[in-house]
Design a protein around this ligand. Structure first.
Ligand code: DX5
Ligand code: ZN
Length: 233
């Protein structure tokens, strides 16, 4: 009984004291004034800047390419977390890393030779991330777990901001954190899609390390307060 109580207390203590990384997605920013978006992120003391690259093929929306990543890079020292929602990501690895991506994440569903792409991201000098959409079982990532630095779990179908989080996807986060603990992997797990004040408790409780949030951050009246609330401190 005492052991169970200590165990529960320890889990609560760990959740309350964990330092979450918060990454606003500029997808919800005004693209005609990206500098204002960067300033908002910096003033709010968020950790990373999340950049959603969409090609109108892998997802039904089009955003921007390496040029914008490069321009953002020249205005901030914050880590740039580039999320490629594009077909044939292998065509653009070096371009995005050279543009200034610190983390370059591509979709497992868009890649035949995921291991080779991860090697190329590392060789180019960035950290490698792998993402899956809600319909992809998390176990499809198993053979790649030893090689990656970040796993991005999509909790909405990718393409648009402002959608509702699909709670069942959070079981994938718990699975990945358990795998990391058992096998000694060191990747971070990010959750992307529908992360806001109403959902953040369940997102954090699943074991998420990186909270990605677009519409909630850019709609917030007080962005610094938004970051504090989302981090839980
Ligand atoms: C969706 C993108 C997300 C998006 C999240 O395809 O990958 O990064 O910006 O937006 P919200 O937080 O509004 O769901
Ligand atoms: Zn994203």
């Amino acid at each position: 009984m005492i052991a169970i109580c200590v165990g529960i207390w320890y889990i609560i203590y760990m959740i309350q004291n964990k330092n979450y990384l918060y990454a606003p997605s500029i997808l919800s920013a005004d693209f005609s004034n990206i500098n204002a978006a960067i300033n908002r992120i910096q003033a709010a003391d968020a950790d990373w800047i999340h950049l959603d690259v969409m090609d109108g093929h892998f997802v039904p929306n089009i955003t921007f390419g390496p040029k914008l990543v490069k321009d953002v890079r020249s205005h901030t020292k914050k880590p740039l977390d580039v999320h490629l929602m594009i077909s044939e990501p292998e065509k653009y690895v070096e371009e995005f890393v050279n543009a200034g991506a610190d983390y370059l994440t591509f979709h497992l569903e868009a890649a035949v030779h995921a291991h080779r792409i991860v090697e190329r991201i590392h060789a180019a000098g960035a950290k490698a991330g792998l993402s899956i959409v809600p319909s992809t079982p998390v176990t499809q990532l198993d053979s790649m777990l030893p090689y990656i630095d970040l796993i991005l779990i999509m909790t909405v179908n990718p393409g648009f901001g402002g959608q509702a989080l699909i709670p069942e996807c959070l079981d994938k986060v718990s699975y990945l954190k358990q795998q990391a603990k058992e096998k000694g992997y060191s990747y971070l797990v990010a959750v992307d899609g529908g992360v806001n004040r109403s959902t953040v408790a369940q997102v954090r409780n699943a074991g998420t390390d990186v909270l990605i949030s677009g519409s909630a951050f850019f709609k917030a009246e007080d962005p610094a307060d938004e970051v504090r609330v989302m981090r839980g401190k």
